[in-house]
Design a protein around this ligand. Structure first.
Ligand code: HAM
Length: 427
C-alpha cells in the first residue's frame, strides 16, 4: 500500500535501524571534542535572514538560491539556518563570550536547511556537527582544527579520506588575487554560465566554486592563487602546512579550493571521501577572521569546520566490520494473562537495575514468546507460568547456549548479573 503522506522532497526519516550509526557518530564526536576542550552550544533553528545575507554573503549560492526564508506572523523575515557558523558568531557577540575567555572553543550538532537539488548524500534538511574556535589568529589553531577533524574520522574508523587545503588570502591580497583571476577568466567569459558572468565583477573567486562542468573545463590551467598571496598570508599558510607535516597528517594543496561561503580568509580546507560518489565532501571549513566584526563584534580571528552526519553515516554503513553493541536483552515471557502483572513488576525491577527488557503483552503462550525472543536476539528468556508463580520462581532460559535453570524470583537479578559477567562477549 503506498502511503498517502510522505516526507517532503529532500528530507528523510531516520529510522531505528539507522539510529545506532547516528548515536555512534554523535557520541564519538562529543568525546573527541571534549578532549580538545570544546564545549557545546545550541542556537535556534531559525535566525533573522539578514544574519545569513551579511555573514555568508549575498552573492553565494546559499543566499541567492537555497535559503528557506519566510515571514512570521509578526512580519519578521526569518530563515531556517543553512549552516552553523554565522549563528554561532552572532551568539558569541550577543552574549559577550569574548569578554569571558580569550579563546572560545564551541561545538554544535543539529539540522541545517538548504533548498538544493536532492541526490544521494544531498538533502534539503541535513545535519551538521561542527566546531568553531573563536579568538586566535595563529596558524597553529588552523592546524589543530584540521587535526581534530582527522582524529575524529580516524576514531570513527572512516577510511578513504583525504584532506585538501588552500589559502584564499585576506582583504590585503584578495584584490590582487581577484585581478589575476579576472585576467585569466576574462578571455573565456562568454563561454561561462550566467552565474559566473554575474559574479565576474563583484566576486570572481566565486567562479572557482562553480559546479557547471563547462565552466570547470575553462578553469583548467588557472594560475595558482597562492602566488598572489601577501607576505603574511603566505607565511600563515606555510606554518599551517608545517604543523600538519609535524603531526604526520597527509594533505593535498588544492589551489582551486575556495568554498561556497564568503566569510573565509586565509586557510580553507575540505576532507573528501572516495566512498561518497558525486557529493564527496564529508567536511568543510577554514579561517574566517572578519565574520565576527562584520556582525558587529570585536576583531575575532576564528577557524572551524562542519561535517555532514548523513554522509558520515553513509560511509559507516558501507563498512562491513562496523558493529554497534547494545545491552543484552532480557525477554520476559508470562504464560497466561494472570502472570503478566508479576512479570511487569519484574521487568520494572530489572530495568531499574540496568537491564534492557522486553515484555510483549500480546503473547501468552510459550511457543509464541520463544519465537519472538529469538527474533529479537534476546540473551535470556524469563519464563513465568502458573507453576513458577506458585513456587515464587522463574525459569531462566539462556538463549545463546540453550540451557535453562529455575531461579527464585528474589534472586533472579543477581543470577542475571553473574551470568552477564560470564557471557562469551565479555570474556
Ligand atoms: P559546508 O561545506 O557548506 O560548510 O558544509 C559542511 C558539510 O555539511 C559538507 O561538507 C557536507 O558534508 C555537509 N552538507 C552540506 N550541504 C549538505 C546537504 N545539502 N546535504 C547533506 N550534507 C550537506 C559549512 O556549512 C561551514 N559552516 C563550515 C564551517 C564551520 N566553516 C567554518 N566553520
Amino acid at each position: 500500500m503506498s502511503a498517502k503522506y510522505t516526507a517532503p522532497r529532500g528530507t528523510k526519516d531516520i529510522l531505528p535501524s539507522e539510529m545506532p550509526f547516528w548515536h555512534y557518530v554523535e557520541t564519538t564526536s562529543r568525546a573527541i571534542f571534549d578532549r580538545y576542550n570544546y564545549q557545546e552550544i545550541r542556537t535556534p533553528v531559525f535566525e533573522h535572514t539578514e544574519l545569513f545575507e551579511r555573514g555568508i554573503g549575498d552573492t553565494t549560492d546559499i543566499v541567492e538560491k537555497e535559503m528557506y526564508t519566510f515571514h512570521d506572523k509578526g512580519d519578521r523575515r526569518l530563515t531556517l539556518r543553512p549552516e552553523g557558523t554565522a549563528p554561532i558568531a552572532r551568539a558569541y557577540v550577543q552574549h559577550n563570550l569574548h569578554g569571558k575567555q580569550p579563546i572560545s572553543k564551541l561545538y554544535y550538532c543539529g539540522p541545517m536547511f538548504r533548498y538544493e537539488r536532492p541526490q544521494a548524500g544531498r538533502y534539503r534538511q541535513f545535519h551538521q556537527i561542527g566546531i568553531e574556535s573563536l579568538g586566535s589568529p595563529l596558524p597553529i589553531c588552523d592546524a589543530e582544527v584540521i587535526s581534530l577533524g582527522v582524529h575524529l574520522f580516524d576514531e570513527l574508523g572512516l577510511s578513504g579520506l583525504s584532506v585538501n587545503i588552500n589559502s584564499v588570502g585576506c582583504p590585503v591580497c584578495r584584490p590582487v588575487i581577484e585581478e589575476r583571476l579576472k585576467q585569466f577568466i576574462g578571455m573565456n567569459l562568454e563561454h561561462l554560465c550566467g552565474d559566473c558572468n554575474r559574479r565576474f565583477d563583484s566576486r570572481p573567486l566565486r567562479i572557482l566554486d562553480c559546479k557547471n562542468t563547462t565552466c570547470k573545463a575553462y578553469l583548467t590551467g588557472l594560475p595558482d592563487i597562492r602566488d598572489s598571496l601577501c607576505h603574511e598570508c603566505n607565511d600563515h599558510f606555510n606554518y599551517v602546512v608545517t604543523y600538519l607535516d609535524n603531526l604526520g597528517i597527509p594533505f593535498k594543496i588544492n589551489p582551486q579550493l575556495v568554498r561556497g561561503l564568503d566569510y573565509y580568509t586565509r586557510t580553507t580546507f575540505e576532507i573528501v571521501s572516495d566512498q561518497l560518489g558525486a557529493q564527496n565532501a564529508l567536511c568543510g571549513g577554514g579561517r574566517y577572521d572578519g565574520l565576527v566584526t562584520q556582525l558587529g563584534g570585536p576583531a575575532t580571528p576564528s577557524v572551524g569546520f562542519a561535517f555532514g552526519v548523513e554522509r558520515a553515516v553513509m560511509i559507516l554503513q558501507e563498512l562491513s566490520d562496523y558493529h554497534q553493541s547494545r545491552l543484552p536483552l532480557v525477554y520476559l515471557a508470562p504464560i497466561g494473562f494472570d502472570q503478566q502483572s508479576r512479570c511487569f513488576r519484574l521487568a520494572d525491577q530489572l530495568r531499574r537495575a540496568g537491564f534492557r527488557c522486553e515484555l510483549d503483552p500480546n503473547k501468552s503462550e510459550l511457543k509464541g514468546h520463544l519465537k519472538f525472543a529469538d527474533r529479537l536476539d534476546a540473551e535470556w528468556v524469563l519464563i513465568y507460568g502458573e507453576t513458577e508463580a506458585l513456587a515464587k520462581s522463574v525459569v531462566v532460559k539462556n538463549m545463546k547456549n540453550r540451557t535453562q535453570e529455575t531461579v527464585k524470583l528474589d534472586r533472579v537479578q543477581g543470577y542475571l548479573e553473574n551470568d552477564n559477567i560470564s557471557r562469551p562477549s565479555h570474556r
